[in-house]
Design a protein around this ligand. Sequence first.
Ligand code: SF4
Ligand code: SF4
Length: 228
Amino acid sequence: MSDFEILYQGFDAPIAALDCGRKCAPYNEGGIPFCCDTRHAVPTVYLEEWAYLSSKTDLWHLWQSDDPQETVHLQAETPDGQVLVACLGHTACQRNFRSLTCRAFPFYPYLDSRGTFLGLSYYLEYADRCWVANNLQVVTPTYVRQFVTTYERIFVHYPQEHENFAAHSAHTRQICFQKRRRIPLIHRNGRVYQISPRSERLRCVHPADLPRYGPYKIAAMLPFPDEV
Ligand code: SF4
Ligand code: SF4
């Protein structure tokens, strides 16, 4: 069995009890969930993962933009040992062959300045599009557990990824410090916190009290927000 088959099997829990794609897709042109639309997010896969996926399914192909400059730009941002890919589209999704980036979205492993893997934070640039990022209370404990276990394995297999996510977490602290914003965290203990980007102190919060973004900010003000 391939390492990726094992990793995929251990990271198979849905992010929430409901289909979150139905929540965000109405806000995207064409009714496509944002994370399945390469106009918004282009998945990356590890080279070993690409070898596994290509041997098992025709779901994926290497991504290239119609705009050569965009291709060059995103390729330059892609870490060594990874490639940009695109799937056949959200109506053709094959659940068992979703990439690790599909399974993790909108989250990345958050590491503090000592390099300790605290839990899950979401990519801030998707806060105005991803419904889950605005509703952390829906994320299931099983998903959180599987996310943590999977990234612990990835850090053993790819030590460079520990460095990459430590750097991304540090960059997020810097941005949030400048914007006077706290960093959201689903801790590996299951609770939700806000992290001070300066002191790195954690404050336990109720997810409903976290700031909302984009259309979800307006939806939260409506009388029956859960029905939106
Ligand atoms: S993870 Fe976020 S962007 Fe992706 S389908 Fe769910 S709500 Fe939409
Ligand atoms: S494989 Fe599925 S989850 Fe991943 S981008 Fe394609 S449609 Fe979305």
